[in-house]
Structures are given as structure tokens and as C-alpha cells.
Design a protein around this ligand. Structure first.
Ligand code: DQA
Length: 147
């Protein structure tokens, strides 16, 4: 089983970016530990600062039945991108929205997600462990379509 983790803008700077909000662990270090914990799952990782590249990646894997789902932290695009919401609706694979911080305890503009209604569910506020919880959620998802 494969699961794709997609990170959006500025998440390449995890570990150095606002450590008080996002922690001081880099995504590389976190992924190494995550992959070690889930040896039975092929965890793939993609990061881009560009909206169109995120959409392209969703399209590329979105119909591939080798994948069980996608954990997507769209960063600030969460709050602005109708195009990413449309891409999530356009593909077959379930997408779980992920946030490291609890967006609901932050500025009001972060309370609104344009992508949440298109996603299977939302996990926010557990630090980098939000990604692990998203993997757990994806693992538990029942098939919604026949092979
Ligand atoms: C974030 C929350 C967003 O509001 C912010 O723009 C990010 C990171 C999070 O993981 O907590 O870039 O998605």
C-alpha cells in the first residue's frame, strides 16, 4: 500500500520556520522516523511552493489504485485555493487535510478552509504527529469503490 504526503508552500522550511508554531524538527527527520514506524506502507513525499505543481501531483496519483490516500498539508493555500479544492474533488483517491498547528486557535483567516469540504476529514493541531494521525486515518478508510 502506498500513501502520498503532500506539503504546500513554506513547509520545506520546517525545523527553521517559526519553531514556536511548527516545532524544530525538519520534515526529512520526521519522515525518516515515520517510514521506520510504517515499514509495511510505502510513504511517498512531495513538497512544492507552487499551487499548480500541487494540483499536477494530485492529478498524477489521484487515479492510481496502488495508493490508499493522500495526506495534504496545503499550507496557506488551504485558506485561498479553490483550484486545489477542485482538484481534490476531481480525483478518486481520498484526501485528508493536515495541519501541524491548530489553525482554529490562530488568526481568524486561518479558520476558513476552502479545501476541507472536498476532503475526507481534517487533522490539525498535533504538531508533526498530525501526519501520522492522517496515515492512521487513511489506513482505516473503507474502500468506496470496487477494484
Ligand atoms: C499550516 C497552517 C496554515 O495556516 C499555514 O499557512 C501553514 C501551515 C499548518 O500546518 O499548521 O503554512 O498548514
Amino acid at each position: 500500500m502506498k500513501i502520498l504526503i503532500v506539503n504546500g508552500p513554506n513547509l520545506n522550511l520546517l525545523g527553521v520556520r517559526e519553531p514556536g508554531v511548527y516545532g524544530s524538527t525538519s520534515m526529512d527527520d520526521y519522515l525518516e522516523a515515520l517510514c521506520a514506524d510504517y515499514r509495511d506502507i510505502e510513504i511517498e513525499y512531495f513538497q512544492s511552493n507552487h499551487e499548480g505543481e500541487i494540483i499536477d501531483r494530485l492529478h498524477e496519483v489521484g487515479f492510481d489504485r496502488e495508493y490508499k490516500g493522500i495526506a495534504l498539508n496545503a499550507g496557506a493555500y488551504t485558506h485561498t485555493s479553490l483550484a486545489i479544492a477542485d482538484a481534490i474533488r476531481a480525483i478518486e483517491l481520498p484526501v485528508v487535510e493536515v495541519h501541524i498547528s491548530n489553525v482554529h486557535s490562530r488568526e481568524e483567516i486561518r479558520h476558513r478552509s476552502l479545501i476541507a469540504p472536498a476532503c475526507k476529514g481534517v487533522i490539525a493541531g498535533f504538531g508533526l504527529d498530525s501526519y501520522r494521525l492522517a496515515i492512521e486515518a487513511i489506513k482505516e478508510l473503507k474502500k468506496t469503490r470496487p477494484d
